[in-house]
Ligand binder design. Structure first.
Ligand code: BGC
Length: 751
């Protein structure tokens, strides 16, 4: 009873103060700091460098154990066998001089065994709780084998779908990425890092990696500091606030400086400004790759530059352990800086509770693919799907449909639908759309399955002809197309984004049968699918939806669930439009939309008769789908927007209220979005920026008042004086179901 009263008072206090219990282990823990200092004092230089050295498991446990015994390894990645992990921890804890546990790491990007939708798909849900749950499930499964560190979330702002790693990102928007990234960190790390089911998060890649020129992986970036601070850094700052234990540097050089040697970002920004007290790890060999960058002459110079810039742990390239003793001797690296790096690493090992218990129980296999995990993965997949088109209410599939043709290379591709970065997920656990629809519909409908193409790049014309023939017998066609998982992810950039192989031909040929055609696209990125959209009656975009993608899509197709996803990134019509993102600056010559397009240009037209504004003669003004776009099986109406004040001081908070009605026939969820435009600034400002969003569930015919709180401090940006400030002036504000809809209301910020 006493406990209950205490809990009640606590809750009331929370409500009054508006704060939530701290979920982070950051902040000085004197006991841990004392232990860290004590250990560092005892360590030889070699042992210190050992802690800063991460190897990738090379299989031979004897060799690795020998190095562990000598204190030459601080962390191992890519070791997933619990018995081997326990054995090496035993060597570390019982046979190494200082008994420092290993930190075992793995890329667990969207699930360990139970695979959730790729992060870009998760972002389409606009649901941070979903990302947190997905990360929690991943942490439970991952930690069960003794791995306590993942290299995720990837929070690189990604505005170029040619870049294969856009799949791993939360898309183009600063706020959406910040919110989803912080939620993922919380999911991985749980309430406390010391919980044995918590794994340390590693937001990556610091910084600007998503802006690789031309979308070509590893390419240089050229992001000026103001843009870095306004666009690329905020998600990392939020991740640090959420307690992220580690940060990974990126491969790219920005303005000539490889991130792995950028002292300004790693020290001034990350440590001094944000007070980050975890540790920084390089990317895979990104220390010695500074030699290829032409930024270091040899391993020694590379190690020197990375250590001096503040990279605490080196992933796999072993230049620290090889070269730092010499560098210290030559006074090129200070031992005190090495001590600092080791402190950062040990602090996290202590927080993870590894010194108390680095071992894992005999593998708890029952946590893999646990029913609750599969249910969460299915819900995540449902919420990640975007309904792009639904002509004449083709969807949900009507009860009168008796014969269904299921076709396309992604209809039954258990491996491909898992997406990129799934080292540990097994396709034998995947449920594909074909399997799920068969199970769900039983004898209610007759299913004809004609894959047409064996995989997404297949060019077999005979298969297409067979599917077209089969379509003639069907009441509806469900075509599943997209990309094999290998076509997105690291190093898998594409210069063209059309559907591969004969997939386009398949869709266009099926359309000619005149049967209702529902196209579902499973891909790692937005593809240029304008003509396939035009040919289809309805289009669902599911990205790579993971283990439970099939049941999720079956529910959506038959209306047992209603689509609610929204595009987390702009879908271009043509590759030449890239980069294309909603939050661009206003140019001096915005298009008026009255300009003459290619097909209407008169012969021998005068040079200046075409508009002199910012647009493409061939692609026009708009993307295929803008950011934040997505349909439902119902319709929503936004009305009656009210602002708590139309003039606010810089430290005021505005309450924005509006009515949202479900004007259709089914219960559904709408992602309501709030955008703001700072009309005049000391620098040119974006045409609009997402500032809030919420998933609102509404019964058919129901109307709700929705409210957002927006502190004016959220309007601050890095201005002409390179200061983060709210600038007084006029603003526009929209609440809408997409970045391109709604009517603005205005307000003013005063000094
Ligand atoms: C990737 C990282 C990844 C690391 C370890 C690198 O190639 O860029 O994102 O975490 O490998 O696998």
């Amino acid at each position: 009873m006493k406990d209950k009263i205490a809990l009640f008072v606590f809750t009331v206090l929370l409500l009054l103060t508006g704060c939530t219990p701290a979920k982070r282990d950051t902040g000085v823990n004197k006991e841990i700091e004392r232990k860290v200092d004590e250990l560092v004092r005892k360590m030889t230089l070699e042992e210190k460098l050992g802690q800063m050295n991460q190897i990738s498991s090379w299989g031979n446990i004897e060799d690795m154990s020998n190095l562990v015994r000598k204190g030459q390894i601080g962390s191992i990645l890519n070791e997933v066998e619990p018995a081997r992990i326990n054995a090496m921890q035993k060597v570390a804890m019982e046979e190494s001089r200082l008994r420092i546990p290993l930190l075992i790491a793995r890329d667990v990007i969207h699930g360990f065994k139970t695979i959730f939708p790729i992060p870009l798909g998760q972002a389409a849900s606009f649901n941070p709780a979903l990302a947190e749950t997905g990360a929690r499930v991943a942490a439970i499964e991952t930690s069960s084998v003794g791995i306590r560190w993942t290299f995720a979330p990837m929070i690189d702002i990604s505005r170029d779908p040619r870049w294969g790693r856009i799949a791993e990102s939360f898309g183009e928007d600063v706020y959406l990425t910040s919110v989803m990234g912080a939620a993922t960190v919380k999911g991985f790390q749980g309430d406390s890092l010391s919980d044995p089911t918590s794994i340390a998060a590693c937001p990556k890649h610091f910084i600007g990696y998503g802006a690789a020129e031309g979308g070509r992986d590893y390419n240089s970036t050229n992001i000026p500091e103001r843009q870095l601070r306004n666009v690329y850094l905020p998600p990392f700052e939020e991740a640090v606030k959420a307690g992220a234990a580690t940060i990974m540097t990126s491969f790219n050089d920005n303005d000539g400086i490889p991130s792995t040697a950028n002292a300004y970002l790693l020290k001034t920004v990350l440590r001094d400004e944000w007070k980050f007290d975890g540790f920084v790890v390089s990317d895979w060999a990104s220390v010695t790759e500074m030699i290829s960058h032409g930024f270091a002459a040899d391993n020694a110079e590379a190690a020197m530059k990375a250590i001096n810039a503040g990279v605490d742990m080196e992933m796999v390239s072993a230049s620290y352990i090889g070269e730092a003793p010499g560098l210290v001797k030559e006074y090129k690296v200070k031992e005190s800086d090495i001590d600092e790096a080791v402190r950062n690493i040990l602090r996290i090992k202590f927080r993870l509770g590894l010194f108390d218990n680095p071992y894992v129980d005999v593998p708890q296999k029952e946590v893999f693919y646990a029913p609750a995990h599969l249910a969460d993965a299915k819900e995540a997949a449902i919420q990640s799907v975007i309904l792009l088109k639904n002509e004449k209410n083709t969807l949900p599939v009507s009860a009168s449909v008796k014969t269904v043709l299921i076709t396309g290379p992604m209809a039954d591709a258990p491996y491909e639908q898992l997406g990129t970065w799934i080292f540990d997920g097994e396709k034998s656990h995947t449920i594909t759309p074909l399997k799920a629809i068969r199970e769900m519909m039983g004898n209610e409908v007759q299913i004809i399955y004609e894959p047409a193409l064996a995989y997404s790049r297949d060019v077999n014309p005979a298969g297409v002809a067979k599917a077209v023939e089969a379509a003639k017998k069907a009441d509806i066609i469900l075509a599943f197309v997209g990309e094999e998982s290998i076509l997105s992810g690291e190093a898998h950039s594409m210069a063209g984004l059309d559907l591969q192989g004969n997939q386009s031909d398949l869709i266009l040929s099926l359309a000619k049968t005149g049967k209702p055609l529902v196209t579902t696209v499973m891909a790692g990125r937005p593809l240029t699918i304008e003509k396939e959209v035009n040919a289809s009656s309805a289009v669902l975009y599911s990205f790579h939806p993971g283990t439970m993608g099939g049941p999720a899509l079956a529910d959506l197709l038959w209306g047992k669930a209603v689509p609610s996803g929204k595009t987390p990134v702009t879908f271009p019509k043509m590759v030449g439009q890239i980069p294309m993102y909603y939050s661009h600056n206003t140019t001096g010559r915005p298009a008026t939309r009255k300009e003459v397009l290619l097909k209407d240009i008169p012969v021998e037209a005068g040079q200046t008769s075409l508009g002199c504004t910012s647009f493409y003669l061939d692609a026009g003004f708009d993307p295929l789908y803008p950011f934040g776009y997505g349909l439902s099986y119902t319709t929503f109406e936004y009305s009656n927007i009210r602002l708590s004040a139309s003039k606010l001081k810089k430290n005021d908070t505005m309450t924005i209220e509006f009515d949202l009605a479900n004007t259709g026939q089914v219960a559904a969820t709408e992602v309501a979005q709030l955008y703001v435009q700072d009309k005049v600034g000391s620098i040119a400002r974006p045409v609009k920026e997402l500032k809030r969003f919420a998933r609102i569930e509404l019964q058919a015919g129901e109307k709700k008042t929705v409210s957002f709180e927006l502190p004016m401090s959220d309007l601050a940006f890095w201005n002409i004086d390179m200061k983060k400030e709210v600038e007084a002036g006029d603003f526009n504000l929209w609440v809408a179901g997409c970045s391109q809809s709604g009517t603005p209301v205005s307000f003013e910020v005063i000094d």
